[in-house]
Design a protein around this ligand. Structure first.
Ligand code: 5AD
Ligand code: FES
Length: 342
């Protein structure tokens, strides 16, 4: 079979490093084929849709790479109300979406009571839909409450699994150990969990990428978000280089080979650095897309990096555009909940 010779699950650190270095500039077509085949065995040609609702861009964190970090005074901050969020869900539901991803900065305005009420309300109105939360590090107690209220999934990228590198991307009050602990707690509580990392972030080396792959293999998350680092003009990394499509696509393929059942998005960041970046992600084993359902009036303000695509497009336009792209690339748009299949 095509996958023969691409069982990378037992490779040592050194071997993984050599494999990455060999593929940096021109990804081995056989490796991409193996990744595609692995994804096809698991999920066929389906590409699952998730409706993303960016409900607040307030953030108490100050990650050096991120455009909405708290010390960026040039951001126009916004918060969506419960009604705004429910309206986004309603629009999304009418368009066929059956997963809503509620994403925000770490914003303490949204108390646990607010979130529980919101989760209950979404589940009441749209009982056939999954709720994914993506709102950063919280206490285990909060995570448990969200899960009991009906939230199904939680996204929390680990960003980089090497502590020293983590410390170069984050201020002192943020720790990789906390991030790791939160990810294990979320899994233990019962969420379908998403981890993930940025590719070619400042100071990143091949060894760091190897550590990311090994960390993912150990954690076994249900979802993995992988996108290129892209500079934001108001951060200290403003003059750093963007990640490459080749390296990002290689990481997608390797994660697919390591975690055959994972749900892996072709990310907006990948679509931002290359007009066909998302298609290349799909060809390398990605099987999820996350079009934006946020009101267009706030889209521009949820700017994590420069030149983000799709900020001007209505949800319906985005749905049509990306469905067409998926079909053109030889895959099938799928609007079911798209849960992790063991
Ligand atoms: N470039 C690429 N991705 C970024 N993120 C934040 N800032 C950037 C950037 N400058 C990613 C992080 C975060 C996710 C929501 O967006 O990985 O977890
Ligand atoms: Fe949003 Fe193309 S996917 S406009």
């Amino acid at each position: 079979m095509i996958t023969k010779g691409y069982d990378i699950s037992s490779l040592t650190k050194k071997e993984l490093k050599a494999l990455i270095e060999k593929n940096i500039h021109a990804t081995d077509e056989k490796l991409l084929e193996a990744a595609r085949y692995t994804r096809e065995l698991a999920y066929g040609k389906k590409v699952f849709f998730r409706g993303l609702i960016e409900f607040s861009n307030y953030c108490k964190n100050d990650c050096y790479y991120c455009g909405i970090r708290k010390s960026n005074r040039n951001v126009h901050r916004y918060r969506l109300t419960k009604e705004d969020i429910l309206n986004c869900c309603m629009t999304g539901h009418e368009l066929g979406f059956r997963t809503f991803v509620l994403q925000s900065g770490e914003d303490l305005y949204y108390t646990d009571d607010f979130m529980l009420d919101l989760i209950h309300e979404i589940k009441n109105r749209f009982p056939d839909s999954a709720i994914t939360l993506s709102m950063g590090e919280k206490s285990d107690e909060s995570y448990k409450k969200y899960f009991q209220a009906g939230a199904d999934r939680y996204l929390l990228r680990h960003e980089t699994a090497t502590e020293a590198h983590y410390n170069k991307l984050h201020p002192e009050n943020m720790r990789f150990s906390n991030r790791k602990k939160a990810l294990y707690s979320l899994k233990e509580i019962g969420f379908q969990v998403g981890a993930g990392f940025m590719v070619n972030s400042p100071y990143q080396t091949t060894d760091h990428l190897v550590n990311d792959l090994l960390f993912l293999k150990e954690l076994e998350p249900h979802m993995v978000g992988i996108g290129p680092f892209i500079p934001h003009h108001d951060t200290i990394f403003a003059n750093e280089k963007s990640g490459t499509v080749d390296m990002t696509v290689l990481m997608v393929a390797l994660v697919r080979l390591l975690l055959p059942q994972a749900l892996i998005p072709a990310t907006t960041a990948l679509g931002t650095i290359d007009p066909f970046g998302r298609e290349r992600g799909l060809q390398a084993g990605a099987n999820v897309v996350m079009p934006n359902l946020s009101p267009t009036s706030v889209r521009e303000n949820y700017s994590l990096y420069d030149n983000k695509i799709c900020t001007g497009d209505e949800a319906a336009e985005c749905k049509e555009c990306i469905s067409g792209r998926i079909r053109n690339a030889g895959f099938e748009p799928d609007f079911s909940r798209g849960d992790y299949e063991k």
